[in-house]
Write a protein that binds this ligand. Structure first.
Ligand code: C2E
Ligand code: CA
Ligand code: CA
Length: 848
């Protein structure tokens, strides 16, 4: 070594210069190495950041998806719709634990709520029923409602983050809907909401699912070194986690030796060759350490791949040419293909998209540095077409696109479920026929062409449903749907609007005569008996028809026209059809006006009672007085009950009217000078819509009239709808002590059978028979038979509508008990009746 330094020999000079040049080059090379090392390290860290962020996002997305799906199983549920969409039934929800404690104990939801714009209707907090509303715990109520209602448009649930009791939390929310009528949303739609607090334990577990460590929440706006950051919108906080920094590690382990190396080289310049030896040794060491760092990096990548295998969607990566470079193992599980088979092949060979070119789409993503979603198809190993959604993002390093990376979720089941929901929303669940929604679509599409729209109403359906049960009713509806389907062409449409209302739309109806023939055929077809295990039933049908050629209109108007025509057909005696005409509409409008006026008129005391006495057959002794209601109409004058009772019977008005009559009749009768009975007519509709036993008891109590002075006149139609229920009600009425009179006897369905079963005290022969007395012998024998029957069963028999002395004489001969009619007295005002009674009393006193 000394020889080399000391000796200025030309050879050693050359060697010295060579060594100097060599050392200089070495320094430059080392400096260059350092710079590129720094850049590599930076890239490594960036890639690690991006990868870990991608996995954190996947973890959150997966979590939200699970939460939404779970919530939907509760919100898109008929029972929940029945019990929670309106007034919340906490017995069903909490006590029966349908939407209750288990959601906390098993599923870990700290909050379960049902809300709408009026506030919270149902709340379970930490598994306990609570009366504190959601707003008490969070300020996000409005946002949740809005998101859930937006999501329902897509038949989805909403999810996101919020602050709950001061803590960041995850929520999922959806509008409560009925699967049988998914598009019918009550307004304001109630929303079911699940809240899960993001506590350290659950974050830790979430992190584990994607192999990231130290998941935590932070209020910081940007990431600290060595940590990833993902803002949780709505909660005011962000998710952070630990990120490996292979690049920084590399620098830390390599820069020091490099620095040493540089120093050594400088020394080498001073001490030449010996130091050169040391330097080379040092470089060797550096290289070994570099290799070690690289292998650390490789393990870190391997770890990510391992994570990818755990995710439920499969993960893919391509190079810049879009050739697959990586597929997670889930790929093989979900598609049946092997990973090896697809590596190095173009992505677009695997996935197919019919709206976009995948290759161009990915280039677009690279250019805009954005991430995107695309719905695609692929064929699985069995050759089956599957639906999927890919999420993709370009891998950009120092401004250069190095490839693409993304996930792929199989959505085949989701798509199928969506199609099913679509079907449900357009079809009636019972008959499978199109429903109102589909009908409207059909009519909108048909708007230009000519159609005939027929609205059907089944006659006699309700009694079948009531007496034979709902399953029998359902069977009838299904049979009707079947027959209608057989009668129509493919281009026509048969829809069920609900209940026993059907619509038939004829797409090419032809002339009115042709429609007439169709209606006749339809009525005949539906009239054919229907056999339901053991029973044979028969139904009829009334039809309202509108021809769009005559009255072109929007779908809802056309349906209304048909409804008006249907009303006409029913008025005309059922089992027939009527075409819409504007006059009908006028009649209907008049009817509606009258109904409104009656509703207002009852409380305004526009009703008045007239009384028609009923006499013993001697024609002198008053046995009872029948209350007959009149309406002093401000515009139309005094109206007979026939004008307004049928109207009232179509709605709840009959209950109001009936109760007014009951009270008024009892109060008047209480003040009569004679303790005769008062008879009150009761409509079958009252039995259906109200608790008549309670109504009668109330009227008696309020007026103080003894029960035995009240008689109720009931027609046998009351038994038609609900035989069992009617028997029960009438027995209860008898227990109150009132008398029951069967009105209009002889006009109903199967009177004799009923008479035996039901607790009637008397029967009233319909005036139709009485009035033909003396004209027709057969009617006289009917009257005689009824009188005999009454006698045999110990019932009082009354004849109503007695107009002539001859009729009275015949009834007297046949030993009818009581009579009523214009011959003896017309219905009169209460004042007049009282005077009649006073006169009767006076006569009594005169005649011992
Ligand atoms: P209804 O119960 O059969 O009442 C008898 C009807 O026959 C009464 O008509 C009465 O005025 C009439 N009438 C009585 N004697 C004769 C006669 O000799 N010849 C003829 N041609 N008619 C006679 P109104 O008052 O017009 O009542 C008609 C129907 O309206 C009643 O028939 C009853 O079904 C119903 N109605 C009357 N008031 C009430 C009520 O308060 N509640 C209910 N639900 N229905 C009532
Ligand atoms: Ca009557
Ligand atoms: Ca009658």
């Amino acid at each position: 070594m000394d020889a080399i330094l000391g000796n200025g020999s030309p050879r050693s000079q050359v060697v010295r210069q060579l060594i100097l040049v060599f050392s200089g080059l070495l320094i430059v090379a080392l400096l260059l190495g350092l710079v590129s090392l720094y850049r590599i390290a930076q890239t490594l860290d960036e890639r690690e950041q991006a990868q870990s962020r991608f996995y954190a996002e996947s973890a959150l997305a997966q979590l939200q998806k699970n939460e939404r799906n779970y919530l939907l199983t509760h919100a898109f549920w008929q029972a929940a719709y029945d019990h929670l969409a309106g007034a919340a039934d906490s017995h069903w929800a909490f006590d029966e634990d349908n939407v209750g404690q288990t959601l906390y104990t098993e599923d870990g939801y700290e909050g379960v709520f049902v809300l709408d714009d009026d506030g919270t209707h149902y709340a379970v907090l930490d598994g306990q029923l609570s009366d504190q509303g959601f707003d008490h715990h969070s300020a996000s109520g409005g946002r949740v409602l809005q998101l859930a209602r937006q999501a329902v448009q897509r038949e989805q649930a909403a999810s996101g983050y919020l602050l709950f009791r001061g803590q960041p939390a995850l929520f999922a929310a959806a509008v409560i809907r009925s699967p049988s009528a998914p598009h019918h949303l009550p307004a304001p739609a109630a929303v079911l909401l699940f809240v899960r607090v993001l506590d350290p334990a659950m974050l830790e577990a979430l992190g584990r699912t994607v192999g990231l460590s130290d998941f935590a929440l932070s209020t910081a706006a940007s990431a600290e070194p060595g940590r990833g950051l993902l803002p949780l919108e709505g909660s005011g906080q962000a998710l952070t986690w630990h990120v490996e920094q292979p690049g920084s590690t590399l620098i830390r382990t390599v820069v020091a030796p490099f620095a040493v190396a540089l120093l050594v080289i400088v020394m080498f310049m001073l001490v030449f060759a010996r130091q050169a030896m040391r330097t080379s040794a040092s470089i060797d060491r550096s290289h070994r350490q570099l290799a070690a760092s690289k292998s650390a990096l490789e393990t870190s990548e391997a770890r990510f791949k391992a994570v990818a295998e755990a995710a439920s969607d499969w993960i893919w990566e391509t190079d810049a040419q879009q050739h697959l470079t990586y597929l997670s193992a889930r790929f093989a599980e979900l598609t049946g293909h092997t990973v090896a088979q697809w590596l190095q092949r173009p992505l677009k060979q695997l996935l197919d998209c019919d709206t976009l070119d995948i290759e161009a789409w990915l280039h677009g993503l690279a250019a805009s540095e954005a991430s995107g979603n695309l719905r695609c198809q692929y064929r699985d190993r069995a050759g089956q077409q599957r639906e999927c959604r890919i999420a993709a993002r370009a891998i950009i390093e120092q401004g250069i696109c190095k490839g693409f990376r993304g996930t792929c979720s199989d959505i085949t089941d989701e798509v199928a479920a969506h199609a099913q929901i679509q079907h449900l929303s357009l079809h009636d669940a019972l008959t499978g026929l199109p429903n109102r929604n589909k009908l409207f679509r059909f009519l909108e599409q048909a708007e230009a062409g000519q159609i005939a729209l027929l609205m059907l109403d089944l006659d006699n359906f309700k009694p079948i449903n009531d007496s034979l049960g709902h399953s029998a009713g359902d069977a009838v509806l299904i049979e009707v749907a079947l027959r209608l389907g057989q009668m129509t062409r493919d281009s026509d449409l048969v829809a069920r609007l609900g209940g026993d209302e059907f619509i038939v739309v004829l797409a090419r109806p032809g002339q009115q005569e042709e429609v007439d023939r169709f209606c006749l055929r339809l009525i005949e077809t539906l009239r054919q008996p229907i056999t339901l295990d053991g029973h044979t039933v028969q139904i009829g049908v009334s039809l309202g028809v509108v021809l769009s050629a005559q009255y072109p209109a929007a779908p809802n108007e056309l349906i209304r026209y048909a409804d008006v025509a249907l009303y006409g057909a029913k008025q005309a005696g059922k089992n027939t059809w009527r075409y819409f005409s504007p006059q009908m509409n006028a009649a209907l409008l008049e009817k509606r006006t009258l109904e409104r006026e009656l509703r207002e008129g009852i409380p305004r005391n526009e009703l008045v009672l007239h009384f028609q006495p009923r006499y013993k057959v001697d024609g002198i002794t008053v046995a009872s007085a029948e209350a007959l209601v009149r309406w002093r109409h401000p515009r139309l004058g005094l109206l007979r009950p026939d004008r307004f009772i049928p109207l009232a019977e179509e709605s709840d008005l009959i209950v109001q009217l009936g109760n007014w009559v009951l009270r008024e009749a009892c109060e008047r009768a209480r003040a009569w000078p004679l303790a005769v009975m008062v008879s009150v007519n009761m409509s079958p509709a009252q039995f259906r819509r109200s608790d008549v036993v309670r109504d009668v008891a109330d009227a008696l109590r309020c007026s103080g009239l003894p029960a035995q002075r009240l008689e109720l006149e009931i027609t046998e139609n009351v038994m038609l709808n609900d035989v069992e229920g009617a028997l029960h009600t009438m027995t209860a009425l008898k227990e109150l002590g009132v008398r029951l009179n069967m009105d209009d006897f002889g006009t109903g369905y199967s009177s004799l059978g009923y008479l035996r079963t039901y607790p009637f005290d008397s029967i009233k022969i319909d005036k139709r028979f009485v009035q033909s007395l003396g004209k027709s012998d057969s009617d006289r024998s009917v009257v005689q038979a009824i009188i005999n029957l009454g006698n045999a069963m110990g019932m009082t028999v009354t004849a109503e509508g007695v107009e002539t002395p001859e009729q009275l004489a015949l009834l007297s001969d046949d030993q009818c008990h009581e009579v009523q009619g214009f011959l003896l007295s017309k219905p009169v005002e209460n004042q007049v009746l009282m005077r009649l009674m006073e006169a009767g009393k006076a006569a009594d006193r005169v005649m011992p």
